[in-house]
Design a protein around this ligand. Sequence first.
Ligand SMILES: Cc1cc2nc3c(=O)[nH]c(=O)nc-3n(C[C@H](O)[C@H](O)[C@H](O)COP(=O)(O)OP(=O)(O)OC[C@H]3O[C@@H](n4cnc5c(N)ncnc54)[C@H](O)[C@@H]3O)c2cc1C
Length: 479
Amino acid sequence: MPLFHPAPCARPAAARAASRFSGAVVAASGAGGARPPKAPPRRPRGKPRFSRQSAIKKSFQQEQVVFSTPVPADPTVAIIGGGASGLACASALAARGVRAVVFDTGMHGLGGRMATRMVDDGRRLVFDHAAQFFTASDQRFQKLVDEWVDKGLAREWRGSIGELEAGGHFTAIPSSTPRYIGVRGMRPLADAMLPEVYQNDLIKVVRPSWISKLEPFNGLWRLFESEKPQGQYDAVVIAHNGKCANRLLSTSGLPQLTRQMKRLELSSIWALLAAFDDPLPIPQDNTYGTFEGAFVRDIDSLSWMANNTQKLFPLETNRPECWTFFSTASYGKKNKVPQENIPNATAEKVKRDMLGGVELALGLSTGSLQRPFYTRVQLWGAALPMNTPGVPCIFDPQGRAGICGDWLTGSSIEAAVLSGMSLGDHVADYFASGGERPEEFAIGLDDSLNLVEGHDIGQFPGLDPQKPQVAEPQLAPSI
Ligand SMILES: Cc1cc2nc3c(=O)[nH]c(=O)nc-3n(C[C@H](O)[C@H](O)[C@H](O)COP(=O)(O)OP(=O)(O)OC[C@H]3O[C@@H](n4cnc5c(N)ncnc54)[C@H](O)[C@@H]3O)c2cc1C
């Protein structure tokens, strides 16, 4: 049973060592068009260069980079993160004729948290192991979904989903809007977000690549993967969040972006992928039959369970049942460990707790659940945003840098896509303006963050009409 799971942003040791000193490198290297952050004061010999405390302090004391070079006629934007938001941003830029290079850590493909795991265990096992399904409430996102559907990559999920209470009490949730899934899982949808017509000349993807440092130099942003240069760009987009983004921004010369990113709080969620030879004993609903997905109520170790086999291969019989189980955010918080190095004992405990949760949810006696023949335990350490500024994107025109991602308005694929589209358009507008009125293009730099409503695994506008879902995005300059 594999119990070690590299984090999406897990870094090689060399990179870790290098980035510890990146503050000094940034401070020394700015020249020409960008005013660099001040050089750090000299330290007495023998003292450690960085404690955790001093690194955080430093991030708030960064001096703002101000680009004074003219905006070029043919700019190129670096996008760090190839999840839904980064890909939508690249696509929006390309549609406006602006070149983008997308860097992503993904070993198996693009998509970030739109992840699908394929396992060849003699039999082919398929699991969506983050995003499960989505709804569309905004026309721009609906247009993209329609394209996926037309290409045969997405379809409506008509299987029954609802709420499951301990003891096997299931209540179907009616939906006022279609629910969608990827026909072969979520990841292929991410690949399809880069239109082929643009791909060759206007969009380039570099993967797997972990950007460990960005620094202003001669009016451009220089990117590095460990110590390896990864090019120079006219603007930079941070299309990821959490620890990786905080680390990257902490010495960048972008104090306003750093501050906003640091305000973001993220939940942690455990995922258990399990394959069973025989169907699980799912309670029958008179109207809806057996469910394919359920939000689990009042069981700490379980917030969601879904049958990928029924969802993805409804017409195929004799396939093993591949289930995705998610813990609650509160269980994730209580049992958090470094996601790139999960101790065996923790993985075993989590598996036990979650399978115990399944028994409880289905109303089975303890120990009676059939043994899965395949399991994989994974921690999404930075799973879902718990607060949001409610702005579509963040852009610092002085530093020619922006942020997009789900957390800007909510916690869903839709929120991520809309944020990426908004930032792509915004950056294209900024370049089109010639950069002469930078103050008009500042957005989201000061907004405070408010609680995100929704389920532990995100928001589904139209699914649960009682709850407000996505914060209304307003594309208005913040100063
Ligand atoms: C357990 C779970 C269940 C979910 N269920 C649903 C659901 O059912 N429906 C729904 O709509 N949403 C769901 N979501 C949320 C949804 O998956 C996200 O909102 C959305 O995919 C976020 O996209 P993003 O582009 O903002 O970020 P991400 O998808 O996280 O993309 C960021 C990318 O940047 C990469 N990256 C990070 N650091 C670097 C670096 N230094 N250099 C290069 N690349 C880097 C990462 O590897 C990643 O690929 C779920 C999320 C989780 C965790």
